[in-house]
Design a protein around this ligand. Structure first.
Ligand code: S3P
Length: 439
């Protein structure tokens, strides 16, 4: 195993105009629904990161012809809902929770058995949140004793719709059940405790599959329909843009334009939270791209202040907290996050790993069971460990814009899972970042 270390010189500003890579959530769903559709699906702006490639390879392993990716273009020759074939071996989902959780739903409805596994981080993450409701629908899935992957999914089961109240606000669980619902007899109705990203719902409708949305927390799907291939323009990922939104906000002299960013209202919590902290972010030229709202985002340096983060914004910014914690470290005063225990079961325990990294950089950061308390101050610089978590690595890279000495971040290879061009784009924008591989 090699260890990839980023070292970022302190200071500087982010300037110019950037397009960050395609949305990870939308890219996964484009492959999945394209594979299950009748006819062809043409995708542009596809994220060529390791997570989405894991999804793509899994469908190839099940006999789906997929051309590309080639500069974000992918063509999927849909196999239809009943057209997948048994794969020769275990499907490797790598680091990707989205691949594993969403695919467990659609694989529960197949005629053949499958086994899903991942890397050490993914094989530690909780899977009962999907296996339990799928079992209620009639699926047969075996996990480890602690409810983790590898998941052995038995084919040939008859699924029936359920009426299910999600115990946690999770778009992955909701999407898993919607995909199982395609194969179930009758209606699958899912209610969330709080709204989460609705890309699956939008994309199902884009593939011509009817859904019933009841208010902003309930969705129902009836099995037995057909998906029709379509064209999908994937917007830039607001979760990747988030590092630059934070970097430009904290870096004196910064002025950055981020182009064609997805601003689906279930994803824009990061903009709302940064604005509450005093950030200067303009949403320019809002438009629709293939059923998803997009805009250009202009962000300029501004003095930030600490806040109590409203809990209703937590699911709408769930992947952006590592970056937001860096903003909090550079803000005047105290920032308090509560209601975010989910951060402990992401690619790493993001509360503990961020608290440890901030502490190493001289910031007072106190983890709590469901959040963190961060007192803004002066970042010293030093070495932090990302624990193989892509978003933690990129967040600490931005911290160097305000640190006294350089910041080194260890274990950065997984940046490739969601943002393969990060180093190049960050340098273009003005970050003085060097990469070093050690055996
Ligand atoms: C995702 C949902 C979120 C998010 C993940 C992507 C999705 O996970 O953290 O990066 O594409 O549905 P949860 O549903 O577990 O909150």
């Amino acid at each position: 195993m090699t260890d990839l270390t980023f070292t970022v010189e302190s200071g500087g500003a982010l300037r110019g105009c950037l397009r960050v890579p395609g949305d990870k959530s939308i890219s996964h769903r484009a492959i999945m629904l394209g594979a299950l559709a009748e006819g062809m699906t043409a995708v542009t702006g596809f994220l060529e990161g390791e997570d989405c490639l894991a999804t793509l390879r899994a469908f190839r392993a099940m006999g789906v012809r997929i051309d590309g990716p080639d500069q974000g273009r992918v063509t999927i020759h849909g196999a239809g809902l009943r057209g997948l074939r048994a794969p020769a071996g275990t499907l490797d989902m790598g680091n990707s929770g989205t691949s594993m959780r969403l695919m467990s739903g659609l694989l529960a409805g197949q005629a053949f058995d499958t086994v899903l596994s991942g890397d050490a981080s993914l094989n530690r993450r909780p899977m009962r949140r999907v296996t339990e409701p799928l079992a209620l629908m009639g699926a047969r899935i075996e996990a480890t004793e602690s409810g983790t992957a590898p998941l052995r999914i038995r084919g040939g089961q008859r699924l029936t719709g359920i009426d299910y109240l999600l115990p946690v606000a999770s778009a992955q669980v909701k999407s898993c059940l919607l995909l199982a619902g395609l194969y179930a007899e009758g209606v699958t109705r899912i209610t969330e405790p709080a709204p989460t990203r609705d890309h699956t719902e939008r994309m199902l409708e884009g593939f011509g599959y009817p859904l019933a949305r009841e208010g902003d927390r309930t969705v129902a799907i009836t099995g037995g329909g057909t998906l029709l291939g379509t064209a999908i323009d994937v917007p830039a990922d607001i979760s990747s843009a988030a590092f630059f939104l934070v970097g430009a906000s904290i870096g004196p002299g910064s002025d950055l334009l981020l182009e064609h960013v997805g601003i689906n209202p279930t994803r824009t919590g990061v903009i709302d939270i940064l604005r509450l902290m005093g950030a200067d972010i303009e949403v320019l030229n809002p438009r629709l791209a293939g059923g998803e709202p997009v805009a250009d985002l202009r962000v300029r340096h501004a003095p930030l202040h600490g806040i109590q983060i409203p809990e209703d914004l937590v699911p709408l910014a769930i992947d952006e907290f590592p970056a937001l914690f860096i903003a909090a470290a550079c803000a005047e005063g105290i920032t308090v996050l509560t209601g975010a225990e989910e951060l402990r079961v992401k690619e790493s325990d993001r509360i503990q790993v961020m608290a440890d990294g901030l502490t190493a950089l001289g910031i007072a950061a106190g983890p709590t069971t469901d959040g963190i308390v961060i007192r803004g101050g002066t970042l010293s610089g030093g070495t932090v460990d990302s624990h193989g978590d892509h978003r933690i690595a990129m967040s600490f890279a931005m911290a160097a814009l305000r640190s006294r000495d350089p910041v080194s971040i260890r274990d950065c290879a997984n940046v490739n899972t969601s943002f393969p061009d990060f180093v190049a784009l960050a340098r273009i924008a003005g970050l003085n970042l060097a990469e070093r591989e050690a055996a």
